[in-house]
Write a protein that binds this ligand. Structure first.
Ligand SMILES: Cc1cc2nc3c(=O)[nH]c(=O)nc-3n(C[C@H](O)[C@H](O)[C@H](O)COP(=O)(O)OP(=O)(O)OC[C@H]3O[C@@H](n4cnc5c(N)ncnc54)[C@H](O)[C@@H]3O)c2cc1C
Length: 380
């Protein structure tokens, strides 16, 4: 019995998305990895086909699709083996902040563009001295009349260079309790005082335009604060569940993809007169990896079902994020070993997949922080 109830429509959608990605996205990945960024036209193409922000309701220009469509997009994007066109980050992590917390006017202003690919989004929480410890953020938001003045710096921001709209976390310097001081703000890229800094040179995720953002007396209208003053932390906590689930879905899909590449390779490559897949060690490696991948798949499918039913799954999702990303990293490493020297060469997709999986243990809350959260909620 399947855990998730995919309908015929879901299956047709997955097939057409896969064909679209094979034709329009995958052939350009090498070029984008070299360039360090994905051109905006690629985002537009995704939007035109209806593959972005699928959860946005019809009244704001979206299809109002269920979360299974998001799962399909995340899984199929993973198979393109690149990180630059961060559709899941945009559609299922950032856009939901606007969808849930923005005013009606802002929803009508921004959401149609998020769906069409005309507006690329980023979420800016991390600072040079505040990552895991978000309460320590220094970026300030001070009310002056009808405006809010922003000052500070963010780093490690995905889509930083392409972003048209940023969901920014900043604190009121006059509120002492750090958990009541933080709010989320919508900042348009063209706002005076908002500057994009340098793109970070990373070990992996080469096509992703991760960078720094600076705010120097950047003035935004007061209504660009999302929701009531002092509710930013709560909003982050509410939305981080889906962020971590999306991260876990990507990790399992990545592990499945890497294993598939490796099984194919081991059946084709020969040594000592027989395919690698006929050596007992290769078989044991593959069976052990397939077991872990299936455990991960069962776990996340169950969590997707729970999430869609609106259950609170903080502990499980924290466990899933840390376990699936570590599992996928183990799988990546063992797969590279089975590829031998070719596994270490750029021409072979397994090399990039191995390099790119590493960061999933660091972002979306480090795996250590996942265990801190789980332990706290388990009453330890
Ligand atoms: C490619 C990439 C993309 C990213 N995209 C975004 C983005 O779009 N938006 C955004 O806001 N951020 C983004 N980040 C930032 C990311 O979320 C942070 O790097 C992450 O939260 C960790 O923060 P840090 O780097 O400051 O590490 P630190 O918080 O300094 O942690 C360093 C180490 O200490 C450990 N540690 C810290 N506190 C504890 C504790 N209480 N108990 C046990 N161990 C602890 C950590 O687990 C880690 O191992 C991205 C990062 C990368 C690399």
């Amino acid at each position: 019995m399947e855990i998730l109830n995919y309908t015929e429509e879901h299956r047709i959608f997955r097939d057409s998305l896969r064909r679209f990605l094979e034709k329009e996205i995958t052939p350009h990945v090498e070029e984008w990895e070299e360039a360090g960024i994905v051109p905006r036209e690629a985002w537009k193409k995704m939007g035109e086909q209806g593959y972005l922000a699928m959860g946005v309701p019809e009244e704001y220009g979206g299809p109002g699709a269920d979360f299974l469509y998001s799962v399909i997009v995340t899984e199929e994007m993973t198979r393109t083996n690149h990180s630059g066109l961060a559709a899941a980050l945009h559609s299922d992590i950032i856009v939901p902040y606007i969808q849930s917390f923005a005013t009606e006017g802002q929803k009508h202003k921004y959401l149609p563009g998020c769906v069409s690919g005309d507006i690329i989004t980023a979420v800016a929480m991390t600072e040079p001295n505040a990552g895991s410890d978000l309460a320590g953020m220094k970026t300030t938001a001070v009310e002056r009349g009808d405006e809010i003045v922003l000052n500070g710096q963010k780093t490690f921001i995905s889509n930083a260079i392409n972003a048209d709209l940023v969901v920014l976390a900043a604190r009121d310097p006059h509120t002492e309790d750090p958990h009541r001081a933080v709010d989320l703000f919508l900042v348009e890229a063209e706002t005076p005082g908002f500057e994009k800094g340098k793109q970070l040179k990373k070990v992996g995720w080469h096509s992703q335009d991760t960078g720094e953002l600076f705010f120097n007396d950047c003035r935004i209208p007061k209504e660009n604060r999302l929701g009531e003053k002092g509710s930013g932390f709560l909003k982050l906590m509410l939305k981080l569940q889906q962020e971590r689930l999306v991260c876990a879905i990507g990790a399992v899909a990545g592990a499945e993809y890497m294993l598939e590449l490796t099984i194919k390779y081991c059946k084709e490559r020969t040594a000592f007169g027989k395919p690698l897949s006929k050596f007992q060690n290769t078989q044991f490696e593959i069976v052990e990896m397939a077991t872990e991948v299936r455990l991960g798949r069962t776990f996340i499918d169950k969590l997707v079902a729970d999430h869609m039913e609106g259950r609170e799954i903080v502990v499980d999702v924290s466990m899933a994020k840390y376990w699936t990303t570590e599992m996928a990293s183990r799988v990546a490493d063992r797969c590279v070993q089975l590829f031998g020297g070719y596994g270490y060469c750029e021409e072979y997709p397994i090399a990039r997949a191995w390099r790119d999986i590493r960061v999933t243990r660091i972002f979306a809350g480090t795996n250590e922080i996942m265990k801190v959260i789980a332990a706290r909620f388990m009453g330890l």
